[in-house]
Design a protein around this ligand. Structure first.
Ligand code: PEP
Ligand code: MN
Length: 336
């Protein structure tokens, strides 16, 4: 059970809660989170909704630590979280566009894409050095060399970058280079990996599992948050549906649902949802219209020769056009 104290709770009131919990046999932990004093007590018998804790002097809210009671939930923190990525704020009201190739394939390919997306107005670069490929017989990424190329692109363009991490043993390496760590759809339920990124100082983009409910996705975020890393951004990227017309079914309903459930920013990746470049722009415009805090777009200078996900990549000039559309939609909504 987590007891969130009022911002102006006195030390005496905090001590009162701690003493009461201890007298009931709880292990107690007191800390500061989100600018509040938090008292955490470990015993199950205190979980009942009709417990008198809400009336205890100095107590603001009680969040039961049961399935559905979460620190990433609005009941724990009603105000929306803003995640800062190398100076770029996600969730602060301005639309954030992440763009770049699916994978770093060469220095030339990455640097030219980075320059193009920076000129078009993207604020974060994407590009992976470690790829979680469904088939083991496909390109798996350049590894550390890819991270070095991404770091060079960052110093040339000034754009912070996001890169995927797929193995707990690589978390520190990716974290040493990237501004933002990404957990992909295939690893949303890889709890040791979630806990490892939860121990890093770099924020995390957490993609929704391709067959996961919004509740399961938010629970995955809780694993990261509980380790101390509170910079988490959720990314809807399409789920497996019954209709194979597009690669996945983009669940735009998940955006307002996740925003109601949690205080975390929510972004949308229309590229991995669509799997085809023709669908990327309309889905991206819809994502902004539905209230996403940002979008993530695959861009490649030569999609036909891309080693990964070429069919969904926009050419740089198509991306520039999409940026103009997205600004127009965001302007109408007052979120540009
Ligand atoms: C990606 O963003 O490159 C990626 C692999 O996405 P997902 O994990 O959503 O398939
Ligand atoms: Mn991809």
């Amino acid at each position: 059970m987590i007891i969130v104290m009022h911002p102006d709770a006195t030390q005496q009131e905090v001590d009162g809660v701690v003493d009461r919990l201890r007298s009931l046999g709880a292990d107690v932990r007191v800390g500061r989170e989100e600018g509040r004093t938090i008292v955490e007590g470990s015993i199950e018998s205190l979980l009942h909704a009709d417990s008198p804790w809400d009336d205890f002097p100095g107590v603001d809210r009680v969040v039961p630590q049961v399935p559905g009671g979460r620190r990433v939930g609005r009941e724990f923190k009603p105000e929306s979280t803003v995640v800062s990525v190398g100076g770029v704020e996600i969730g602060g009201g301005a639309l954030v566009v992440v763009a770049g190739p699916c994978a770093v394939e060469s220095r030339e390919q990455l640097l030219s894409t980075a320059e193009a997306v920076a000129v078009a107005g993207a604020s974060i670069l994407r590009g992976d050095a470690f790829k979680p490929r469904t088939s083991p017989y496909t390109f798996q990424g350049l590894g550390k060399a890819g991270l070095e190329i991404l770091a060079e692109a960052r110093s040339r363009t000034g754009l912070p970058f996001v890169a995927e991490v797929i193995d707990p043993r690589d978390v520190e390496l990716v974290s040493a280079y990237a501004d933002l760590l990404r957990i992909g759809t295939r690893n949303m339920s890889n709890f040791p990996l979630l806990r490892e990124v939860g121990r890093q100082s770099k924020p995390v983009l957490l993609k929704r599992g391709r067959a996961s409910t919004v509740e399961e996705w938010v629970d995955a975020a809780e694993h990261v948050y509980n380790e101390g890393n509170h910079g988490i951004v959720l990314v809807e990227r399409g789920v497996r549906g019954f209709d194979g017309a597009a690669r996945n079914t983009l669940d735009l309903t998940a955006v307002p649902v996740a925003k109601e459930l949690t205080h975390l920013p929510v972004m949308v990746d229309p590229s991995h949802a669509a799997g085809r470049r023709e669908f990327v722009a309309p889905l991206a415009r819809a994502a902004v219209a539905v209230g996403a805090d940002g979008v993530m777009i695959d861009v490649h200078p030569s999609p036909k020769s891309a080693l990964v996900d070429g069919p969904q990549a926009l050419l740089p000039e198509e991306f520039a056009r999409l940026m103009r559309d997205l600004r127009a939609v965001a302007d109408v909504l007052g979120s540009s």
